[in-house]
Design a binder for this molecule. Structure first.
Ligand SMILES: *[C@@H]1O[C@H](CO)[C@@H](O)[C@H](O)[C@H]1NC(C)=O
Ligand SMILES: *[C@@H]1O[C@H](CO)[C@@H](O)[C@H](O)[C@H]1NC(C)=O
Ligand SMILES: *[C@@H]1O[C@H](CO)[C@@H](O)[C@H](O)[C@H]1NC(C)=O
Ligand SMILES: *[C@@H]1O[C@H](CO)[C@@H](O)[C@H](O)[C@H]1NC(C)=O
Ligand SMILES: *[C@@H]1O[C@H](CO)[C@@H](O)[C@H](O)[C@H]1NC(C)=O
Ligand SMILES: *[C@@H]1O[C@H](CO)[C@@H](O)[C@H](O)[C@H]1NC(C)=O
Ligand SMILES: *[C@@H]1O[C@H](CO)[C@@H](O)[C@H](O)[C@H]1NC(C)=O
Ligand SMILES: *[C@@H]1O[C@H](CO)[C@@H](O)[C@H](O)[C@H]1NC(C)=O
Ligand SMILES: *[C@@H]1O[C@H](CO)[C@@H](O)[C@H](O)[C@H]1NC(C)=O
Ligand SMILES: *[C@@H]1O[C@H](CO)[C@@H](O)[C@H](O)[C@H]1NC(C)=O
Ligand SMILES: *[C@@H]1O[C@H](CO)[C@@H](O)[C@H](O)[C@H]1NC(C)=O
Ligand SMILES: *[C@@H]1O[C@H](CO)[C@@H](O)[C@H](O)[C@H]1NC(C)=O
Length: 780
């Protein structure tokens, strides 16, 4: 049985097995005959134009050229504007201006991946200054642009490219002017793109990137590395490639390498992600050995996930491989000891590799450096594409401000929203935020907040809160996030409380705030945190909770400030948390799904009694006649149910999955995600799964437990964790089963003396020979 479980786990994590990441042997087709270059859907609109416009080798047509059944423009009023001069390029010489919502509706002949390209540039001769127009564009649940204006932008034109997977027969692109204003667009493209599979991408962030094909991407950089020309070039798929020179870090000294395209070895098969052949014909290589690496630096939006595609073609080697190198992204090894010849069995063969990177910085750095362990000290790179994953609704950024524009009942395509909670390796951060996490409160209208504050919540005055926190004394801050701060407070009756104060600058989350009040004020269970009251004076949003002296479970597992918990204490905490969740799922008239179960949200009181906290994104579950609810995907990376992520169907089993990660953390004393660990260990589940495979599970176990734990008990919890982490939710047990198993594990721990066996070998023997069952009987 164990073998089976581990096989399934292997499958489950195959797509993110960094070590196994099989290298794509790519072949490039005859460029001119490529079937991929004839898109099935091809709309190239020169908006507002009455003539055909040729731009970068392609012809854009007036809207009227498209037949009515293929393209429809829905709007109340629009006018066409053209200008003969003063525009940056021919494509910008016309525009269509709207004063109310306007939608271009495209009939899509073949579903799948499409490019959407948008062109904007204010025309000089319009009676109003077009630079002031605020531009918001949405499509099928995605915000492409939000309140963009040319004022403060600096550029004279804006070009945007997105890749989305269209699944419905029509695609509508909606332009939303701000109130009392207008909006314009110069040109729009909707073009079929070869279906790209990102399945072999090396994920440097999170486990939940399985369904890459659903992701919507915005192209931010696309470089033809090593081309000496300074002009951009379009390929026959309309992709624009620019030179790389201006992104090179000053410490790099590179050589431009250029070979004839005829010397590039391509096979007959075409690969959707391939660059054009001339991208592979130019490259950069190391100029001299004294400069240790070549680095490109890109400015990006922090706290986004990026998709990085690196194109390689070894044109510098001849009879033996001369370049064996490492690729780094943001100074972390992304791809080790790349030896293209070994992978491709010939030189000058194009190929690419994909990476998924989360960055908290304003820079994204790609570096190649010769591998120091060989004497073939060279490195080469031919092309680079960087795309931002845009179907994430986030806190505090430009995207969310346009959420209000999204129609509520968008039933169509890609609509993934991930609230990236405290993410990745944020161990230190988690420790700080030991007390309940806040999900920010926003520019709310006073009226709406008044009307929705439930009366069952005790109202505090700002005066009372201020006194309780010693006028918001910074010394009393227990934790802090983008959404606000949590203070330790003392009420006038001497009772300690935790006070969550929303950051007034935070622009989102009123809904979550009210959600938390509404859910919590109705629930009462000793393993759920109690809400004491709230305060919403002077546009402050404040929640008051019972104070839990021992902080979060995560703090006890891998924070430094605490004495490690014994296995018995860990089991008791898990049992309590499982009871709280079981109550949530079954104790109320309608099931409540927590959606953000993690060790940081399991708080401990002075007696280590656990309380599940943070109901900001919890949801009422399905009514009895339905099996699931459909929602935007929210939760924390590392704990998120893959099936929920894929289908957007939420059930109580999603909490079970997250609880499985909690159990893994409890066993290992390590955070679910930690990007300070080596790449293949960043994700704890992957790491554990590969250890399980190799029979080295002991590597994972918290060293504080070694020699102090009953192995049968620990194995029982390990088995249980794998069950909870089953990919398919139908195979995951309900919370009540989890609870019973945990109680059994506790009995095993209490009943028997500690097995003074070295954990290392004992566990592996158990895993391989199934001895565990026999021992269990012995104990029983
Ligand atoms: C590319 O395809 C075209 C049309 O099929 C053919 O005429 C041409 O010879 C091919 N070129 C190469 C280099 O194979
Ligand atoms: C524009 O292109 C369309 C489609 O190819 C063609 O029918 C039309 O004659 C062209 N118009 C002009 C003015 O060239
Ligand atoms: C792309 O995938 C869709 C399914 O999502 C399929 O219908 C379509 O035929 C595919 N297109 C190509 C070019 O393979
Ligand atoms: C529009 O306003 C901007 C900023 O005030 C100014 O720089 C620009 O010249 C104006 N454009 C026109 C066409 O008046
Ligand atoms: C597009 O999304 C649909 C639905 O999520 C999925 O079934 C399909 O495979 C995707 N198509 C491609 C080409 O990735
Ligand atoms: C490589 O080409 C770029 C133009 O893209 C040029 O600026 C740079 O000087 C060239 N580097 C070398 C070493 O020739
Ligand atoms: C470099 O780019 C220029 C202009 O984009 C293009 O004409 C040229 O063919 C490219 N050089 C190579 C070697 O691909
Ligand atoms: C890397 O390869 C290029 C092309 O063969 C060569 O000119 C250069 O000197 C090599 N660099 C080093 C550091 O050997
Ligand atoms: C990115 O996220 C971190 C942690 O969540 C936060 O501290 C930081 O302020 C964020 N940066 C930006 C620019 O939003
Ligand atoms: C690249 O070289 C610079 C020094 O020139 C060094 O500071 C940096 O750490 C190196 N980066 C990598 C990833 O090795
Ligand atoms: C390797 O590439 C050369 C041309 O660069 C070609 O002549 C040779 O047949 C290729 N070898 C294999 C095994 O494909
Ligand atoms: C424009 O569209 C947005 C979002 O779909 C909607 O909220 C708004 O009411 C619409 N405005 C008008 C005037 O229809």
């Amino acid at each position: 049985m164990k073998q089976q479980i581990s096989m399934r786990m292997l499958e489950l994590f195959l797509w993110m097995q960094f070590a196994l990441a099989s290298l794509l042997v790519m072949a490039i087709g005859n460029e001119s005959s490529s079937s991929l270059s004839i898109p099935v859907d091809s709309f190239l609109l020169a908006c507002g134009s009455s003539v055909n416009i040729t731009f970068q080798g392609r012809t854009f047509f007036p809207e009227s050229v498209y037949e009515k059944h293929r393209l429809e423009l829905k709007t109340q009023k629009s006018i066409a504007v053209t200008s003969d001069s003063g525009v940056p390029a021919p494509i910008y010489q016309s525009a269509r201006v709207f004063w109310s919502n306007a939608s271009y509706i495209f009939r899509i002949a073949r579903p799948g991946h499409h490019w959407i390209r948008l062109y904007f540039s204010p025309l000089p001769n319009f009676h109003q200054n077009m630079s002031y127009a605020s531009i918001t564009v949405i499509t099928e649940g995605l915000v492409l642009l939000s309140d963009f204006t040319f004022i403060n932008y600096g550029g004279s034109y804006l070009f945007k490219e997105y890749a989305i997977n269209v699944t419905s027969p029509t695609l509508s692109l909606t332009f939303i002017p701000s109130r009392n204003s207008f909006i314009f667009v110069n040109a729009v493209e909707v073009v079929s793109k070869p279906n790209d599979t990102f399945t072999d991408a090396i994920s440097m962030t999170s486990v939940h990137m399985e369904h890459h094909s659903d992701l919507a991407l915005e192209t931010v950089y696309r470089l033809d590395v090593g081309n000496e020309s300074h002009t951009n070039r379009n390929d026959d798929l309309g992709r624009n490639w620019e030179g790389d020179e201006k992104y090179m870090a000053s410490n790099s000294r590179a050589l431009n390498i250029s070979v004839d395209t005829s010397s590039i070895n391509f096979a007959t098969q075409n690969e959707p992600g391939m660059a054009p052949i001339w991208v592979y014909a130019t490259a950069k290589a190391m100029a001299d050995e004294t400069r240790p690496n070549l680095t490109w630096v890109f400015s990006v939006n922090p706290n986004y996930t990026y998709f990085v595609r690196v194109h390689f073609c070894d044109t510098i080697s001849n009879s033996i491989s001369l370049a064996i190198f490492n690729l780094f992204i943001n100074d972390r090894v992304a791809y080790e000891r790349v030896d293209l010849y070994t992978i491709l069995h010939n030189f000058s063969v194009p190929y690419y590799k994909d990476f998924i990177v989360y960055t908290r910085e304003h820079d994204l750095m790609v570096t190649v450096a010769p591998d120091r362990t060989t004497n073939r000290r060279n490195a080469t790179i031919s092309g680079l594409e960087i795309m931002k994953i845009i179907n994430e609704v986030r806190i505090l950024d430009e995207v969310t401000s346009a959420d209000r524009n999204l129609p509520n009942s968008s039933s169509t395509i890609v609509k993934l929203a991930i609230i990236v909670g405290p993410i990745i390796g944020a161990a230190a951060f988690l420790v700080l935020t030991t007390i309940t996490f806040c999900y920010m409160i926003a520019h709310r209208s006073k009226a709406s907040s008044r009307s929705t504050t439930p009366t069952s919540c005790r109202l505090f005055t700002l005066q009372e809160i201020s006194e309780a926190t010693n006028n918001f004394d910074e010394c009393l801050v227990l934790g802090e996030g983008g959404f606000g701060k949590v203070y330790e407070g003392t009420m006038d009756n001497g009772i300690k409380v935790a006070i969550k104060v929303a950051n007034p600058k935070s622009r989102q989350g009123l809904g979550e705030f009210q959600n938390e009040i509404q859910l919590l004020s109705k629930l009462s269970h000793k393993n759920l945190i109690s809400l004491i009251g709230c305060c919403d004076e002077n546009s402050q949003m404040i929640l008051v909770y019972e104070f839990l002296a021992n902080g979060s479970l995560s703090g006890h597992l891998y924070g430094t400030a605490f004495v490690p918990l014994s296995w018995k204490q860990r089991l008791l905490i898990c049992i309590g948390a499982a009871k709280g969740l079981h109550f949530l799922h079954t104790g109320a008239p309608q099931c409540i799904i927590h959606r953000d179960v993690k060790t940081a949200n399991i708080l401990l009181d002075k007696n280590l009694v656990p309380k599940v906290a943070d109901f900001g994104i919890s949801r009422k579950g399905p009514p009895l006649d339905k099996s699931h609810v459909t929602t935007l995907v929210k939760g924390s990376f590392g704990y998120l149910d893959p099936e929920y992520f894929r289908t957007k169907y939420l059930t109580a089993k999603s909490d079970v999955f997250s609880f499985g990660m909690v159990l893994m953390e409890v066993i290992s004393g390590k955070p679910a995600l930690d990007n300070t660990r080596p790449t293949e260990h960043i994700n704890l589940a992957t790491w554990a799964s590969s250890c399980q495979e190799k029979g080295t599970f002991h590597e994972i176990i918290d060293s504080n437990l070694i020699g102090k734990v009953n192995l049968d008990s620990l194995n029982k919890v390990r088995e249980l964790a794998w069950k909870c982490l089953e990919e398919h939710r139908k195979n995951r047990p309900p919370m009540v089963y989890v609870l019973c198993e945990l109680e059994d594990a506790l009995h095993l721990e209490l009943a028997s003396p500690i097995w003074q066996v070295s954990v290392d070998c004992a566990l592996d023997v158990v895993a391989e020979n199934g001895i565990e069952e026999e021992r269990e009987q012995d104990v029983a």
